[in-house]
Structure formats: C-alpha cells, structure tokens
Design a protein around this ligand. Structure first.
Ligand code: BTN
Length: 276
C-alpha cells in the first residue's frame, strides 16, 4: 500500500485546492470515518448547502454500490466522495447525469493514470485494463424534476491485495496503474473541476455528454450479458450493445428476436462482456 499521510484530506489542505478547481465549488465536509458519504450529502441536501458541496470520508463503514452491493471503503485506500448538486433536471436528464459523472471521473483519472488506459463501462464504471478503478452511485429526489442529487464516487487509489482475494482480480487502483502513490487531495480537485465542466454541459447540451460517454465506453459494440429481476425471478439475457438513447439507457439488440431495446441502469445488474 502507498503511504498516505495524516491530514491529507483535512479541510486546511483541500479547500484551497477545491476553490481553485472550480468557482462552482461551495463547501467541503470531511469525516475521518462515516457510514456513507452519500447519506451525509443527503443530509446536507435537506439543509441550505449549495452546489457543489463536497463530502469526503477517509473510511466508510456502510459504503454502498449499485444494486445494493457493499462498497468496501478502507482508510487510506481510496477517494470516497459525494457531490451534492441541485440541478432541476427532468428525470431523463438525470440518467445523463450519472453517465456524465463517469466521464468526469475518467477525465480526472487520466491526469493521474496516463491517457491511454482509462475507459468507461456502461452504466458507470471506470476501468483500466478491464479492471474496475472507480464506481458511481447517483441518488436523487424530487417529484416532477430531480431538484437535488448526490453523485457518489468511489475511486480505488491505494493498493489492496487482500481485497483482490475477496472480490477477485477484476479490481485495480490508481497507484497500481500509475506505479506510484497518488495525492487524493489533488485527485479530488481534478475531479471537482472535471465534474463542474460536465455538469454545465449536461444542462446546456446533454447529447454532447452522451456522445462523449459513448466514445470512451468499451461496452459499445460488445456482445454482453446482463441480469434482470422480474419479481422473484432473475433472468440472464444476452445481446449486442449498439448505442445509447437520449436518457442514457443502453440500446441492445437482443439475441433471439434481434429486437433493439433500451436497458435502464436501475433495472439491470451485472452487465458484462459475454466472453468473461
Ligand atoms: C458501484 O460501482 O457500485 C458504485 C460505487 C459507489 C461508491 C461510492 S463511495 C462514495 C459514495 N458513498 C457510498 O456509500 N457510495 C458511493
């Protein structure tokens, strides 16, 4: 594991970097340990916190991922961050938000991992050499519009050989790819800068964000399999990933009837290439 030094994520170190990263940054909330930064950001959403409020923890005890999975968030091993925004997006634009967040994470990671290696997997994994570097969990609320959203981002920064034994060899980290330890404070500032740009684009020209995502997404053009839950039944399906619709749903041509249908991120789990 790379050396991390105490205080790396403390406000005194981080706030000046975030203020330089984006004029949209509004506040920074750091916890050495917390249940989940997404929950802390939701709490802020109930109060008067502005956009882009940044919640970071060195360690999460209840970190969560997509499809109700646990997200292991050990101290010093990653950047566990949630960004609060108040977007007033329609529900279809909210799908774009989660893909846009992945574009922003990938952009920040390229500054630390090298340009060539970092790619996207639909719906919102960031990978390098087919191994997961980062994941995104967007949660939001609002009746007719999404008027607040929490963009939860987990980036593996340090090495964690014991984790590989538990969840397999499909994970990697910035340190592993870059071959040297990463400054989580600098990575966070790059992430906030990239996210602020993408967020502005989501509001102004969401289709550009989708094009950007597609061009970096290695799921496109692949034969994939995925799981769908229908009541108590879980079905595995197969098809060819052919594109995205305007909401960010993945268009697949299903094996069998060759029909093109949209897969929504909230309805499917474990999307992966068929060859795996
Ligand atoms: C996934 O790939 O399944 C999404 C993982 C999202 C993890 C991050 S870590 C910060 C934030 N807090 C959480 O509890 N989850 C997200």
């Amino acid at each position: 594991m790379g050396e991390t030094y105490l205080g790396e994520l403390e406000p005194a170190m981080v706030v000046p970097l975030l203020a330089r990263a984006s004029e949209k940054f509004s506040s920074y909330h750091y916890f050495p340990q917390i249940g989940s930064t997404n929950d802390a950001a939701k709490e802020l959403a109930r109060g008067s916190a502005g956009e882009i409020a940044v919640v970071v923890a060195d360690c999460q005890t209840q970190g969560r991922g997509r499809s109700g999975r646990r997200w292991i968030s050990e101290p010093g091993r990653g950047l566990w961050v949630s960004l609060l925004i108040r977007p007033n997006l329609s529900h279809w634009q909210a799908g774009v938000l989660s893909l846009g967040a992945a574009v922003a994470v990938a952009k920040a990671l390229r500054l630390h991992c090298g340009q060539g290696q970092v790619a996207l997997k639909w719906p919102n994994d960031v990978v390098a050499y087919q191994r997961k570097l980062a994941g995104i969990l967007v949660e939001g609320g609002g009746a007719t519009q999404v008027n607040w959203a929490v963009v939860g981002i987990g980036i593996n920064t340090g090495r964690f050989p014991e984790l590989k034994e538990t969840i397999g060899r499909q994970v990697t980290s910035v340190e592993e790819i870059a071959g040297k330890p990463v400054s989580r404070a600098e990575l966070l500032a790059d992430l906030v800068a990239a996210f602020a740009d993408v967020y502005a684009l989501i509001k102004a020209a969401p289709t550009q964000v989708l094009t950007e995502f597609s061009s970096q997404c290695e799921t496109m053009g692949q034969q994939i399999m995925w799981r769908e839950v229908h009541g108590a039944e879980e079905i595995t399906n197969r098809g060819l990933a052919v594109g995205l619709d305007d909401t960010g749903a993945l268009l697949v041509q299903t094996v069998g009837d060759q029909r093109i249908r949209p897969l929504r991120a909230s309805e499917v789990a474990l999307v992966r290439p068929e060859r795996d």
